[in-house]
Structure formats: structure tokens, C-alpha cells
Design a protein around this ligand. Structure first.
Ligand code: PEP
Ligand code: MN
Length: 392
């Protein structure tokens, strides 16, 4: 509420400078340090959707030089009928992506009751814009020892933003990252209005690191690279950027998501610009990537995943062979009734049905048609082969 700050005691004595001359620098996990010279980039999809989407995007952002992987498993959607996230299943996918890439993971927690669960998987806990003044959640996060990425509320002043940070700090958690992600104004041409001045206003009053999220700020992928560069220039300590391996197929916020090539080229530009603003950023293809390599124990996890793939391949092979047996049987029945063995209309119906069934899954549309066209072709060849065998 306004007016509270009229008292003598500053409303954010821990978040405020309070005699501190140096900005806070702290570790986000996996050797990534925020608040120092290195400009930190967190990237990944809006939502965790499936293992291939998450692993594919994670590999791409890692190769482009990102320091952390983002992805929401609990999604704060305006409508209860929109995709709400995969909850714990999504957290597990994030953990697998971390194990495969070595990137630390940042993900949103929406409810005090879910802090224990999210904390078990995440390296950094995110508080979304809509929860920026959920004071019971903030108090609960004061009790964790994991860094908290606090997004600015849609309608919060800088003072209120620092007040929210204070709740976490007052609980004893010193690792708070502030994130400017755009505020709601009268302007409809962008999803929100990116308030870059807030970075300066926060830095004038607080020692806490500040990052900028140009994706939610603008809602438009083409606006993200220029706004990201502006954030570097204005003195932000890093960025959070939405990247999806196929933005057009994203279940959430595809319009504001960069594809891997766009992200890679933005990272190259940022790397070139960073030294001019007193920052460093190694950029795409930096030797060994960043965020740490997968630790030795994690190769076990990789071996488990590969064993799972082998098992699934065995099952798929068995099913494909059974399908071929059934196709041969159909071929024999048709021949005995003097019917044409190849029926293009039926083949088309098979592909259409499967493509439709695959909507919203990891493999959909064209991919499913390609796979099944190959299977149908192989079965047809087997039918033709058995006909020839029959003749000899
Ligand atoms: C997000 O980062 O996934 C998100 C929902 O952002 P915001 O809370 O800023 O809207
Ligand atoms: Mn989003």
C-alpha cells in the first residue's frame, strides 16, 4: 500500500544499499556467478512440454553459450483452460536436461505448498510476475537457501518490487535476483512495456543483481534481440530469454520465443558488445560451453536413458514386424479375392488418422507422416516380395 514508506525506517533495509558500496555477487549453481563482470543469460522455453522439446532446446541454448536453462513446469495462465504445465513430470524433464547439458535450471514455483517439491529439482526458484506480492510465498522462500529470481509484478513500483525482495531477504535467504519483465501500461502494441529505467532505479537503491526479460516484456520475438542489447547497455546483470526449438508449435508464448538460430545470433551480438559495457560473455561455441560440464555421476543417468531408448526400440521393432505380418495377411486375402493389393486411398487414410492423433505430441504432422510412409512402403515391398516368392 502507498504511504507505508513515509515512516523513517527504509521499507527495504536489507535490499537497500544501507552503507554497502558493492553489488551482491552470488552463485546460481554449477559454477555460474551472477552480479559480477559476466553477463548471465538464462534461456529456454516458456513451458516444459516433453523430453525431446526440452532436451533439444537445452542442447541448442547451451551450444549458443547460455548459462542457465529456463522452463516452466507450473504455469500461471490467465485462463484455467490453457495448458497449466506438466508439474512434477516437467520438473523431472528439466532435471534430465540439466544432467545432459550441465546447465543449472531455473523454474517457477507458484505456491508455498509446492516449494519443497520445486526446490528438489531446481537450482534457482522463480517467482512469477503474478505472484510478486504473494507475501506468504515470499516468506516461505526466505527459508530456502536456493537463489530466488523475483519477477516484478505487472503493476508494481520499484519500491514495491524492493519490498517484495525484502520479504525473502528478511527470512534469511540472501540470494535474490530481481527481474524486470515489463509492466502494464496503456500501450497495446507490445504485451507489456519494458521499463528499462527500472534497472537504473533499482541499481541506485539496491545491491541486488537485476536481469531483464525482453520476451515477456514485448511479447514479440522480433523485439527481443534489440531489447536484449538495450538491457546490456543500460547495465543489467543478465537476461532471461524464451527460446523454443519450434516456436510455431509451442504450447505457450510461441510468438515471443526465439528459435535456436535467432538465439545463437543474438548471443554472438551480445558477446561482441559486452566488453563495450564493461561485461564479458563468451558467446556461441565457447570452448567447452558454460555452466559446467555434466558431472561424472551424471553419466549413470545418461546410460539409464540410453538403456530406456534401447528397450523402446526393441518394442517398436517388434510392433513394426507384427504390422508387416498383418499387411502380408491382408495382401494374401486381397489376392485370393482378386482385389488390387495397393490401395492409395486407404494408405492416405492411415497417414491422416495418425497425423491427427499426434497433435500436441513431441512428434506430429510431417514427422509422423514421414515415419509411417516409410513403414507403409516397407510393408508394401514385403507384400510384393511375398508375391514374387509365391510365383517361384
Ligand atoms: C515466465 O517466465 O514463465 C512467466 C510466466 O513470466 P511472468 O511471470 O514474467 O509473466
Ligand atoms: Mn512465457
Amino acid at each position: 500500500m502507498s504511504g507505508e514508506n513515509q515512516s523513517q525506517a527504509p521499507p527495504y533495509k536489507l535490499a537497500g544499499l544501507d552503507g554497502r558500496s558493492r553489488p551482491s555477487v552470488f552463485d546460481l549453481g554449477r559454477g555460474v556467478s551472477l552480479g559480477g563482470r559476466e553477463f548471465i543469460v538464462m534461456a529456454g522455453p516458456c513451458s516444459v512440454e516433453a523430453d525431446p522439446q526440452m532436451l533439444g532446446t537445452a542442447r541448442e541454448v547451451k551450444a549458443a553459450g547460455a548459462h542457465l536453462l529456463r522452463g516452466g513446469a507450473f504455469k500461471p495462465r490467465s485462463s484455467p483452460y490453457s495448458f497449466q504445465g506438466l508439474a512434477e513430470e516437467g520438473l523431472k524433464m528439466l532435471a534430465r536436461a540439466r544432467d545432459l547439458t550441465g546447465l543449472a535450471v531455473v523454474t517457477e514455483v507458484m505456491d508455498s505448498a509446492e516449494v519443497d517439491l520445486v526446490e528438489a529439482y531446481a537450482d534457482v526458484l522463480q517467482v512469477g510476475s503474478r505472484n510478486s506480492q504473494n507475501f506468504s510465498l515470499l516468506k516461505r522462500l526466505g527459508q530456502t537457501r536456493k537463489p530466488v529470481l523475483l519477477k516484478r509484478g505487472l503493476m508494481n513500483t520499484v519500491e514495491e518490487f524492493l519490498g517484495s525482495a525484502e520479504y525473502i531477504l528478511a527470512g534469511g535467504n540472501e540470494k535474490v535476483i530481481l527481474c524486470e519483465r515489463g509492466i502494464r501500461t496503456f500501450e497495446p502494441s507490445t504485451r507489456n512495456t519494458l521499463d528499462l529505467s527500472a534497472v537504473l532505479a533499482v541499481k541506485e537503491r539496491s545491491h541486488l543483481p537485476v536481469i531483464v526479460d525482453p520476451s515477456h516484456a514485448s511479447g514479440r520475438a522480433s523485439f527481443v534481440p534489440p531489447l536484449a542489447k538495450a538491457a546490456l547497455a543500460v547495465g543489467a546483470d543478465g537476461l532471461m530469454i524464451e527460446v523454443h526449438c519450434r516456436p510455431e508449435a509451442a504450447l505457450c508464448d510461441g510468438d515471443e520465443s526465439l528459435d535456436p538460430a535467432e538465439f545463437k545470433s543474438l548471443m554472438a551480438e551480445l558477446a561482441a558488445l559486452a566488453p563495450r559495457f564493461g561485461r564479458s560473455l563468451a558467446g556461441p561455441g565457447a570452448p567447452g560451453g558454460r555452466g559446467g560440464e555434466p558431472v561424472a555421476g551424471k553419466t549413470e543417468e545418461l546410460n539409464d536413458l540410453r538403456a530406456r531408448i534401447d528397450e523402446l526400440d526393441d518394442e517398436i521393432l517388434e510392433l513394426v514386424q507384427k504390422r508387416a505380418d498383418a499387411a502380408l495377411e491382408i495382401g494374401r486375402v486381397k489376392k485370393s479375392r482378386a482385389l488390387a493389393v495397393v490401395d492409395p486411398a486407404r494408405e492416405k487414410a492411415v497417414l491422416d488418422r495418425l497425423a491427427l492423433k499426434s497433435r500436441g505430441r513431441a512428434l506430429k504432422g510431417r514427422a509422423i507422416r514421414e515415419i509411417y510412409s516409410a513403414i507403409v512402403r516397407a510393408c508394401r515391398a514385403a507384400q510384393a516380395g511375398s508375391e514374387e516368392e509365391g510365383r517361384t
